[in-house]
Write a protein that binds this ligand. Structure first.
Ligand code: FAD
Length: 422
């Protein structure tokens, strides 16, 4: 019987706890959550910087956010998002959904809120690896260390800003801000804003702030260019070559003057609580060595839920959790470490050959369907219906090409392989 520690009570941690709680080979589940409530990313706060306990604010949620994927593919396989007249939901509905999920499965009452995990160290015991997890009760300051057979790392990966190295950025005369700290558009009233990056946040926020700014320059290297018809005060430009004072120079030789450099340049995986003896290295946003982006190859009794991105997140978390628990309870055996390493190296080589950069090691997108099938085949767990990948692709294309209107679409899933959208 195993004692299990789950770090974080966002969607991934809740999902892990939900399945662990009904697993006969598990004797106890501790969910340690540093915040005062569950939901992680989906908790909106006006605060930026540090919280009352001196920890960096975790959430990157902004006030107006509506999901960038339809709710039909955003629920859990055993707990879909209830019917409503909209497919793209506001963040507060997602938070309500996660609270309902955690309540229904008896997870809420076992979460230890205000418990910040500080350090995780593996130690060898006759029975195999044990984990010493050290955490601080933020309310009373008491620090404790507890021993577990398994650790599920579910601390999220949209909270540590990635700051690109752009010549002149540090010396820029105006304001520099990352979208992690963005909440409402009014802060940019009458400003000339350079938005760098056209991922989901960059595109959405660039469009939103056109209502108050003098001008928005959206700099990116998307190819092909998004076909969205933006308002007249937004222009698209290629990558920035350098900044000088308030001037910005682009790769196509053009230049302009701006008041704010707004970095929508993504986030970095960050596991500050993992001691180096855990064997996990993060370099250029590649977390390794991880078998199937999930299992710590150096210590397979540690797993990471939610590392891949551009996926049907909650359903993928669910599949990853079911996969891993099947390895815990003996339904299938994980390969030997040498074989897991070979598989991981092969996967990296294959991705590199197909043009993925190291920074994109965990990007799924077009690979997501195969990823789900691989996890399902190896473990015998049920995969995600192919229609999920189809809806994800459909919605993602519309995001780029019809950003201003695509959220009024309404999806209906007809069966495992067919959907409609109108
Ligand atoms: P999180 O939600 O980040 O949860 C991690 C939890 O771990 C947090 O509660 C945190 O407090 C806790 N934690 C971290 N470190 C510690 C520690 N040391 N000790 C204790 N607790 C700790 N996905 C979609 O599918 N659709 C969308 O429309 C979508 N929109 C998004 C919009 C924004 C602005 C962002 C930032 C992300 C969006 N995502 C979206 C991705 C979203 O983050 C994932 O869908 C999912 O919610 C991530 O869940 P998670 O549990 O992995 O991480």
């Amino acid at each position: 019987m195993a004692r299990v520690c789950v770090i974080g009570a966002g969607a991934a941690g809740l999902c892990a706890a939900r399945h662990l709680l009904v697993e006969p080979c598990v004797s106890s589940v501790n969910v340690l959550e540093q915040a005062g409530q569950l939901g992680g990313t989906w908790v909106y706060t006006e605060d930026v910087g540090y919280d009352d306990f001196g920890l960096p604010i975790h959430t990157s949620m902004y006030k107006s956010l509506r999901t960038n994927l339809p709710k039909e593919i955003m629920g859990f396989p055993d707990f879909p998002i209830p019917e409503s007249d909209k497919s793209y939901l506001p963040a507060k509905d997602m938070l309500t959904f996660l609270q309902a999920y955690a309540d229904k499965h008896g997870v809420t009452e076992l979460i230890k809120f205000h418990h910040h995990v500080q350090l995780i160290i593996p130690k060898e015991a006759p029975s195999g690896t044990l984990w010493d997890v050290t955490f601080k009760n933020l309310k009373n300051g008491v620090i404790k260390t507890k021993e577990y057979e398994y650790v599920f790392v579910c601390n999220g990966h949209y909270n540590t800003p990635f700051i690109p190295s752009i010549p002149g950025l540090k010396e820029f005369h105006g304001e520099v801000m990352h979208c992690h700290d963005y909440r409402v558009p009014e802060i940019f009233t009458d400003k000339r804003v350079l938005v760098i990056g056209a991922g989901p946040s960059g595109m959405d926020i660039a469009l939103e702030i056109t209502s108050v700014t003098k001008k928005v320059i959206l700099s990116h290297h998307l190819n092909p260019q998004p076909r969205t018809k933006f308002p007249d005060n937004l222009v698209q430009k290629p990558d920035v070559q350098k900044l000088d004072g308030e001037r910005v120079y682009f790769q196509d030789g053009s230049e302009d003057e701006v008041d704010v450099v707004f970095l929508c340049t993504g986030y970095q995986y960050n596991f500050p609580f993992l001691h180096e003896s855990c064997g996990i290295v993060v370099e250029d946003n590649c977390v390794e060595p991880l078998y199937k982006h999930l299992v710590n190859i150096r210590h397979p009794s540690m797993c990471f839920i939610g590392v891949p991105y551009y996926v049907c997140a909650f359903s993928m978390f669910d599949l990853q959790v079911r996969y891993y628990i099947r390895s815990m309870n003996g339904t299938f055996r994980l390969p030997a470490p040498a074989d897991m390493t070979r598989d991981w190296e092969d996967e990296k080589r294959d991705r590199a050959a197909r043009g993925y950069s190291k920074r994109q090691t965990h990007m799924m997108g077009p690979d997501q369907g195969n990823y789900y099938i691989t996890l399902a085949l190896e473990s015998g767990a049920e995969s995600l219906a192919p229609v999920f990948t189809k809806v994800h692709n459909d919605s993602s294309l519309k995001f780029k090409d019809n950003l201003t209107h695509y959220r009024s679409d309404r999806y209906r899933i007809i069966d495992d392989d067919i959907f409609t959208c109108n």
